[in-house]
Write a protein that binds this ligand. Sequence first.
Ligand code: PAP
Length: 335
Amino acid sequence: MPSVQRPSTPPKYLQEDELTQEYCSDVDITSLPREKGWHPGYLHQYQGCWIATRFMKGVVPFQKHFQAHDSDILLVSTPKAGTTWLKAILFSLVNRVRYPDPRQHHPLLTNNPHALVPFLDIDLYNETQVPDLTSFASPRLFSAHLPFVLLPASVNADSSTSKVVYLCRNPKDTFVSLWHFANKSRHTSQGTNSLEEAFDMFCRGVSDYGPYWDHVLGYWKKSLENPKKILFLKYEEMKEQPAANLMRLGEFLGCPLSPEENAQGVDDNILRLCSFDNLSNLEVNKSGKLPSGVDKNAYFRRGEVGDWMNHLTTEMMEKLDCITEEKFHGTGLRF
Ligand code: PAP
């Protein structure tokens, strides 16, 4: 099993063990069901969704105050579904006229994708309860990990033409990626989660923004009801057919790549710029931390489909497949 590199001193928020109400003035957080595990701190069950202590603070202000603009693009994902990758792709696609040459002066060469497409729930509304979003140029590109039922009303309003791009990944690779990521963010003195402990929690639905299956199904059903509003993407499909899915994204967002652009290699340039090899080897992503305190390189591990085979026992694989089969039965959703 690969060794896990962990920070010698944990960022301040990762040291928090005990919960205080200052974390979240809008909810009596101490009354919520909670479980320990994965990251330091707790997971709290808020309106059916498991949210880490340090991210609770942003959820209610985001729900209450965020006003979607009609041109907004919101990338929502289950954690570890390839969020970083899709942030880079969306940014490059939407800004391709402004930054036509990805080899020169492109913001992704000097900024981590999470800095260019911030999380509303985890970053902006967590840092300050009413952030100033006026500096974001239209179309504003944001992201979130919240399940559909917890999205702000202004995003879901019938009158809103804002778009949601949803990304998920097969549950076995999602679990393995999450387990690695959680262990990497733990301080050496905090030890690591064993694969078995984490697996048990994941299967019980107790993982960041879980239950995983509810998250995926929530967006799947809404995307069927309203395909103009929600584009449902899978990591595996993005890996298998990146160019076709880039085209789908452009069409869905109302900025389709033209045949002329593709003849000039615009699609290839975007995909090359955002590839795992390219992004993970950029200086800006190799070292340093995001404002959240997480190492930037923690977002680039292997970037492959099927890594679960290197970690899960046959029994674990069968159990996860069985839960997935049961939960997705009759929905038309398969991995
Ligand atoms: P987040 O939801 O916490 O923001 P996210 O970016 O979804 O994290 O997860 C990182 C995963 O995407 C990692 O998967 P792994 O653990 O199985 O390796 C990471 O390697 C993968 N990833 C990051 N960038 C890319 C990319 N450009 N292409 C493909 N996969 C990528």
